[in-house]
Design a protein around this ligand. Structure first.
Ligand code: PRT
Ligand code: ZN
Length: 285
């Protein structure tokens, strides 16, 4: 029995999807170009390669049991699938943007306007929630050129760095959805397949927990240890080990990237030396 997973065939999510499986210790045989499916040699999973827009439908129908796909695509598709876990990659936002020369003062700007988008469902939902009447023009690609050629007064499209908007003389006016990739599952999953999914989820969560965490080591004089330990947030109390030099100890702890930057100067000024920061690959807590 294999769990059937749908991932994007090629595009922005492909590399991160395959990388996540690899980090989970799952080796898929995906060396052949243009292949439609692959199996794993060391995990009961079969991977289907599809266009991202088709993934929610396949999962709703149970042709695939689970899928990795952007939340933007999931919500726009309106398919009956369960979102099980956010995956932390493919981060972007769905935003309205207007020409730089427009004076965007708020949502009311959109009243009676023409909006070009590939996300008619999500845009209509936003308009309805805000009692705005506007005309939606559905375009499937290069939405950002619509205002420049007089096709629309505003666009609603995915933004990540913002450089596409900038290059087209547009500014981001309103975010309507924050999105990232998520693991979705079909509403009906057999007990046996659910057990495989639970195993996969455990691995994914283990990796996610470690992603932003650093293993931090430092040396400090013994009389400064309690002061340093008080500053360190850490998961539990840090480990303190004696050094061979009399009166000194090593402190080991786990911090998030932001906690590290927040506290490191203070820790150094208290008296910590030789501070080392190492990445953590996996974390089971
Ligand atoms: O062929 P297939 O249908 O599978 O792929 P696709 O062309 O529809 O999708 P693809 O590969 O472009 O994107 C897949 C998913 O990546 C999207 O559904 C989002 O969940 C996610 N994602 C994250 C993005 C972006 N960031 C993104 N920046 N998808 C698209 N963009 C585009 C955006 O549409 C705009 O044209 O990038 C441009 C803006 O980027 P910045 O960096 O200039 O702001
Ligand atoms: Zn697509």
């Amino acid at each position: 029995m294999n769990l059937k997973l749908a991932i994007q065939k090629s595009g922005r999510l492909y590399d991160d999807s395959v990388k996540l499986l690899k980090e989970c210790g799952i080796d898929i045989n995906n060396n052949v170009k243009n292949q439609l499916k692959a199996t794993a040699s060391n995990f009961p999973i079969e991977v289907f390669f599809l266009r991202d827009d088709d993934i929610p439908q396949y999962v709703e129908d149970g042709v695939a049991d689970i899928g990795f796909v952007g939340e933007n695509v999931i919500y726009e598709s309106q398919k009956k699938v369960d979102i099980v876990e956010q995956l932390g990659f493919g981060k972007c936002r769905l935003s309205f943007a207007v020409s730089k020369s427009e004076n965007y003062t708020g949502k009311e700007f959109l009243q009676g306007k023409k909006i070009a988008t590939s996300y008619p469902v999500l845009v209509q939902k936003f308009l309805d929630e805000n009692n705005i009447q506007a005309e939606i023009h559905v375009i499937s690609g290069s939405v950002e050129i619509a205002p420049g050629i007089g096709l629309a007064d505003a666009i609603c499209d995915l933004v990540s760095s913002g450089s596409t908007l900038f290059m087209n003389g547009l500014t981001e006016a309103e975010i309507i959805l924050q999105s990232q990739s998520a693991l979705i599952k079909t509403p009906e999953l057999s007990e046996e397949k659910q057990a495989i999914l639970d195993k996969l989820l455990f691995r994914i969560q283990t990796i996610k927990k470690a992603k932003n965490k650093k293993y931090v080591l430092m040396n400090a004089p013994n009389e400064k240890i309690s002061q340093i330990v008080n500053v360190l947030p850490g998961m539990k109390s840090p480990t303190v080990l004696p050094l061979t030099i009399e009166g000194w100890s090593a402190i080991h702890t786990v911090l998030s990237e932001s906690e590290f930057w927040e506290h490191i100067q203070e820790i150094k000024s208290i008296g910590a030396e030789d501070i080392l920061v190492l990445p953590i690959e996996k974390m089971v807590v």
